[in-house]
Structures are given as structure tokens and as C-alpha cells.
Ligand binder design. Structure first.
Ligand code: 13P
Length: 259
């Protein structure tokens, strides 16, 4: 199974989001999807109506964030229960745009993952270094730190599923948008695998069952084939390119032909 996560970010308004979902739902190729799971990561406000549209379709729904508490005096936050009520099966956690713009710390990210897991929401953990760190060749230690803190106190044997997206900040289209060499993306995902197997002291078999590694950063029709056919890349997290239904369908076409 290969995965496409469409991270709409804050790039479509309510009507545009629902129109995108309707177009996707009614597309013949998406109706016939077999080996690809398409997940749309919507803004909170669109989720209740998005959940009605995706009913009886091949689409699944993700939020772009989740809070670490389930209930209480937390002004401005979202109840996990409400996400569940509206069929949100996944939550993105620790996207670099939140780490940077909202100062999300590794500790917050760890608590968010724990809350998602408690509530049977599948986390999509995002990790990645910035350009300065990459230029200093610090990417491996940055990723190691992000992974270890995000998964602190989490017993992977009890976890159903976690997705981890390696998403270098310098490769995101709204930043530098430098195209990564797919071999490098594969190498970084392999590093994530090695770190988790070692730190959590688990067998590769358990890792493969519990963790799915994906890649994000300027994914489009030009680079998807090379990325998706790499050993350690089982899916993609697509930002700007995913805001048009025809682009998502193009990605599906290419993946179908490459796997
Ligand atoms: P782009 O695909 O626009 O580079 O965004 C990547 C991303 O941040 C997905 O989460």
C-alpha cells in the first residue's frame, strides 16, 4: 500500500476545500483506487462537512494538528472527541510550520502523539532539519533528537500505527523548495528506521508493522515516481501541489504505473 497525504495547510478556504473533496470523491480513478490510500489533511473548520463528503468514498480525513489534552480549560483548543466525532482518522503532529510559527516544542509534540494514540487517531509525525542545519551537516543528529523526543515513553508494541514524514524544511515549496535527491530522502528514512529499531529495541518486523515512513517537500508529478519507488518511502506528504484535484489524480496515475 502507498499513501498520499494532501496537506492543504491554510491554502484553501472552506468552499474550495469542500469542492476539492467533492471532485476527488466523484473521480472515477479514485473510486477505483486499490493500492493507494488518499488522506486529505483539512483545516479544523472544514472537517465536519468534509466528513460528510468522504462518507462511502475512498478518501480519509486528517486534521493538521491535535491538542495534547482531551478536555478542560484550554481556550482556543480543539476537543479530540470532536475530531473523532467527525471521522478524523489521522492527525498531523509537529509540522515544521507549527514548530516554527507556534514554537511547538519536542515535549508538546510527544504529548500530542500520546493523546492521538490514546484516542485511536493515527499520528503523522513530521520531522526535518532546516537549511542552516543541513549546510552544517547536522541533519542526522537533528532527526535523531526529534524522533527520540517525539516517541518518548511510547511503547511501540502497543501502538497500532504511526506515520513518520521526513520533511526537510529547505525542501518545502514555500521556503527554498530545493528538490531533494530521492536517494537522500530514502537514506534519511532509513536513518529514522535505524534510530527507532535501536532506541526502542525492537525487531525490524515490528518496526515494519507499526511505522510507515513517508516523504514530504515539493512533491509533484516530476519527482513522485523516483520518490515512491524507493525502499524506505511508502508514501508522500504533499503541500501546494495537492490543492488541485487534477494534480492529486496525476500523482495517483503515476504511482499506479510505478508500483
Ligand atoms: P510543499 O509540497 O508545498 O513543499 O509542502 C510540503 C509540506 O509542508 C507538506 O506537509
Amino acid at each position: 500500500m502507498k499513501y498520499i497525504f494532501a496537506n492543504l495547510k491554510m491554502q484553501l478556504d472552506y468552499n474550495e476545500t469542500l469542492n476539492l473533496l467533492k471532485k476527488l470523491k466523484n473521480d472515477k480513478k479514485i473510486k477505483e483506487l486499490k493500492n493507494i490510500q488518499l488522506v486529505v489533511c483539512c483545516d479544523y473548520i472544514s472537517i465536519p462537512d468534509a466528513s460528510k463528503i468522504i462518507k462511502n468514498s475512498n478518501l480519509k480525513l486528517s486534521s493538521q494538528n491535535i491538542f495534547w489534552e482531551e478536555f478542560g480549560a484550554y481556550t482556543g483548543e480543539i476537543l479530540t472527541k470532536n475530531l473523532k466525532k467527525f471521522n478524523t482518522e489521522f492527525s498531523m503532529i509537529g509540522h515544521s510550520e507549527r514548530r516554527i510559527n507556534l514554537s511547538e516544542s519536542d515535549e508538546m509534540i510527544n504529548k500530542k502523539i500520546q493523546n492521538a494514540l490514546r484516542n485511536e487517531i493515527i499520528p503523522i509525525l513530521c520531522v526535518g532539519e532546516n537549511l542552516k542545519q543541513r549546510k552544517k551537516n547536522e541533519q542526522q543528529q537533528i532527526i535523531k533528537k526529534q524522533i527520540i523526543s517525539a516517541l518518548k515513553s511510547i511503547d511501540l508494541k502497543k501502538v497500532k500505527k504511526i506515520f513518520i514524514a521526513y520533511e526537510p524544511i529547505w525542501a518545502i515549496s514555500s521556503n527554498n523548495g530545493i528538490n531533494i535527491d530521492p536517494k537522500e530522502a530514502d537514506k534519511m528514512n532509513n536513518l529514522i528506521k535505524e534510530i527507532i529499531i535501536k532506541e526502542k529495541n525492537i525487531k525490524e518486523q515490528i518496526f515494519n508493522k507499526k511505522i510507515t515512513l513517508i516523504y514530504g517537500g515539493s512533491v509533484n508529478d516530476k519527482n513522485i515516481k523516483e520518490l515512491i519507488t524507493k525502499k524506505n518511502i511508502n508514501g508522500v506528504l504533499v503541500g501546494s501541489y495537492s490543492t488541485k484535484s487534477k494534480n492529486i489524480i496525476k500523482l495517483i496515475d503515476i504511482i499506479n504505473k510505478s508500483i
